[in-house]
Design a protein around this ligand. Structure first.
Ligand code: C2E
Ligand code: CA
Ligand code: CA
Length: 274
């Protein structure tokens, strides 16, 4: 390559990097401002006991309300992960979960089970458990329960001691669930490697149009297997009555999906929880 072309290429690369860095800085500032101004809103999607169809609690899901616009997690979580900012949001959500668990216990509402999503990047942080302990120690929660949802792909990662993290979470009375189960490729043998409490069957199982009959046999067998291993099962993405009937018949423990409720603001859920 000629010297002139080389210089031009280097200049282009430098400018690209500079632009990317400016983009990162802008996003980081907006995010930190958003956290400070409480623009991140806690939504909850209820889970029901399949046998009684009564609420047992729900999953907390974040929404970013910015200038009258609602931004969904799929739009900003990948960026928070890319720029290594995700743990700040994840700790923020844990704090919110404990806030509500304590508040409802004090108000003598029925026992509630809340779950939150945590990114792999967060749980891999060196002081993750210390941080959780610190948050936990500012609240007094005795009977209400917290569960951490880890997406299935986390369990494929074995460069850090996940089993030890799970055990230490258990010592802190925090349950662990494997989210989006069935979307990855090595889920089955991972189940025996970790002491997980719950498995969330991915919504794709219910939406699978191609071969519903076979899909349902797989689902039924997975539920049986989980029960034999002492693991609870949650079906997500439940949208119609027919799915409810089927899931009840095959013994799924908990149900979550638009059929029962879309994710709603915490304040709305709170009014209904007694
Ligand atoms: P997820 O944990 O698998 O959450 C379930 C997603 O499915 C939610 O999307 C929910 O609104 C949607 N959903 C619920 N019921 C139904 C249904 O019946 N049918 C269909 N088609 N969809 C349904 P959402 O709220 O947009 O969240 C997307 C993802 O963002 C979540 O997937 C989760 O991985 C991530 N996320 C959300 N909040 C947090 C957070 O605080 N921290 C982290 N690290 N990730 C989060
Ligand atoms: Ca989840
Ligand atoms: Ca899921």
């Amino acid at each position: 390559m000629k010297e002139k072309n080389k210089r031009q290429l280097a200049k282009l690369k430098y400018e690209e990097k500079k632009k990317e860095e400016e983009k990162r800085q802008k996003f980081e500032q907006e995010f930190l401002k958003g956290i400070q101004n409480e623009e991140f809103k806690v939504y909850i999607q209820g889970k029901v006991d399949a046998k009684t169809e009564k609420w047992i609690g729900g999953e907390l899901l974040v929404r970013w309300k910015k200038e009258n616009k609602v931004i969904y997690p799929d739009e900003f979580i990948p960026l928070l992960e890319k720029y290594n900012l995700i743990s700040k949001l994840d700790y923020y959500m844990i704090e919110k979960a404990y806030y509500y668990l304590e508040k409802w216990e004090k108000e003598k509402k029925n026992s509630v089970h809340l779950s939150i999503n945590q990114s792999l990047l967060t749980i891999k942080e060196e002081n993750y458990l210390e941080k959780i302990k610190e948050i936990q120690s500012s609240y007094s929660v005795v009977k209400n329960e917290l569960e951490i949802e880890l997406t299935e792909s986390v369990f494929v990662e074995d460069r850090f001691s996940l089993q030890e993290t799970i055990q230490r979470l258990h010592q802190l009375k925090i349950q662990v669930s494997m989210d989006d189960f069935g979307t990855g490729y090595s889920s089955f043998h991972r189940i025996q490697d970790y002491e997980i409490d719950t498995i969330k069957l991915d919504k794709a199982f219910l939406q699978e149009e191609r071969n519903l009959k076979k899909g349902r046999i797989v689902l039924e067998s997975m539920i049986q297997m989980c029960h034999r291993l002492g693991i609870k099962t949650v079906a997500e993405g439940v949208e119609v009555k027919e799915q409810v009937n089927f899931l009840k018949r095959i013994g799924c423990d908990l149900l979550q999906g638009y059929y029962y409720s879309k994710p709603i603001p915490m304040e709305e859920f709170e009014k209904e929880w007694n």
